[in-house]
Design a binder for this molecule. Structure first.
Ligand code: TMP
Length: 202
């Protein structure tokens, strides 16, 4: 089973991925918790280039995320799924469509096509969209400076990304579950478990 968590920056994805991993492990599942970009050694280098380097042009940015994804899927995700493990992954191709497509105003279908090629068409069984208003995310960060190039973008960029995620979820209701990430984290975790549970038994 391939589960992905998506959403804007500071939506609480990592906290929820950890909680979901614990819950699944308690239920006897072997879990591989991973993330993009940076789920492999090569990916860690790509992550540093794309998030902490100098200016990267939009098309180069899209290609770097796709390169990270191609390597990650081939060396980590597919082998785990073939073993029968559950993969809990922080961000996947929907992030590229939302950030590089809507955020950077590249063509969303072309951005998706790149990732589809990179991953030989691997789609998650379930994608949890942690939906958060950019102002809430900013407040959560408090006074802390932005951690990377994308976090540092203006609210308008994050608004476009959020709208793109919601549109992706609306277009694929069988794959997506949208959870209000402004709720208490325990409540968010409970809603995520409620979405995962029936798919586990299936
Ligand atoms: P993270 O902070 O959730 O690890 O994500 C790092 C940043 O990378 C985040 O701002 C979103 C961005 N990103 C993209 O722009 N496109 C992608 O395909 C992925 C996976 C992440």
């Amino acid at each position: 089973m391939f589960l992905t968590l998506e959403g804007g920056d500071a939506a609480g994805k990592t906290t929820q991925a950890v909680a979901l991993e614990h819950w699944l492990t308690e239920r006897g599942r072997t879990v591989v918790r991973t993330r993009e970009p940076g789920g492999t050694e090569l990916g860690a280098q790509i992550r540093a280039l794309v998030l902490h380097g100098d200016h990267v042009t939009p098309r180069a940015e899209a290609l770097l995320y796709a390169a990270d994804r191609a390597h990650h899927v081939a060396t980590v995700v597919r082998p785990a799924l073939e073993r029968g493990d559950v993969v809990v992954q922080d961000r996947y191709l929907d992030s590229s469509v939302a950030y590089q497509g809507a955020g950077r105003v590249l063509d969303a279908d072309e951005v998706r096509g790149l990732s589809t090629w990179a991953t030989e068409g691997l789609l998650p069984d379930l994608t949890i969209l942690l939906d958060v208003h950019p102002a809430v995310a900013r407040a959560r960060r408090g006074g802390r400076a932005a951690e990377d190039r994308l976090e540092a973008e203006e609210d308008d960029f994050h608004e476009r990304v959020r709208a793109a995620f919601l549109a992706l979820a609306a277009a694929a209701p069988d794959r997506f579950v949208v959870v209000d990430a402004g709720l208490d984290p325990d409540e968010v975790a409970a809603r995520i478990r409620a979405a995962v549970e029936p798919r586990l038994s299936a």
